[in-house]
Design a protein. Structure first.
Length: 191
């Protein structure tokens, strides 16, 4: 699976389905998406290429997500299996506890296993909000002045964060649109 310019073999797809929650069709579509992001056609993605994902490109929290992904992957380049590992976190078929832990680590800017009011303020500022005190007030279960993982889990479920963070890849598989030569030229050169 080194060079991603070719299609995946049936054996590779079968292998990937054994350790992920993705179906063969989802893997093929995600593989196509991976190849679209791999603009240098070298079989892996840089973090810059990963930022081209629409989910990251316009997200003010993208740098925090990328930081956590770098920690998970622990490489400068993201192979297709690593790409699947990242996307699988957000799959509705993956237990929500994986998304909760991922998001908690994303927001734990001080690496203290807690979200203090300074961290919550910074995150609120990044998303254009000022309402971090009410989150702290409502979910700091023991009035500690910060949210621990247990508090954050309650926040996650009570605020229905999973509705935004969990993704059903089987319902969002785009249909391929084949372009004829003229359409391709117009698309590429804007003529």
């Amino acid at each position: 699976m080194g060079n991603t310019t070719s299609d995946l073999t049936n054996d590779e797809i079968e292998d990937l389905t054994t350790w992920t929650t993705f179906t063969p069709k989802e893997i093929e579509v995600i593989f196509d998406r991976f190849n679209e992001l791999d603009i240098r056609n070298n079989g892996y993605l840089s973090f810059t290429e990963l930022m081209r994902l629409p989910e990251f490109h316009s997200n003010p929290l993208a740098p925090l997500f990328i930081r956590e992904i770098e920690r998970i992957v622990d490489y400068n380049n993201i192979s297709f299996p690593h790409f699947l590992e990242i996307l699988e976190i957000f799959s509705v078929r993956k237990d929500a506890k994986h998304r909760i832990l991922f998001l908690f680590k994303v927001f734990d800017l001080n690496n203290e296993n807690r979200l203090c009011k300074h961290v919550l303020r910074k995150i609120a500022f990044m998303i254009g909000s000022t309402d971090f005190y009410s989150v702290l007030k409502d979910y700091d279960l023991e009035n500690k002045g910060y949210l621990n993982y247990k508090d954050f889990t309650k926040f996650y479920y009570n605020e229905n964060v999973d509705e935004v963070l969990a993704f059903d890849y089987s319902k969002h598989i785009p249909k391929r649109k084949w372009l004829n030569f003229r359409e391709l030229i117009r698309f590429l050169f804007g003529i």
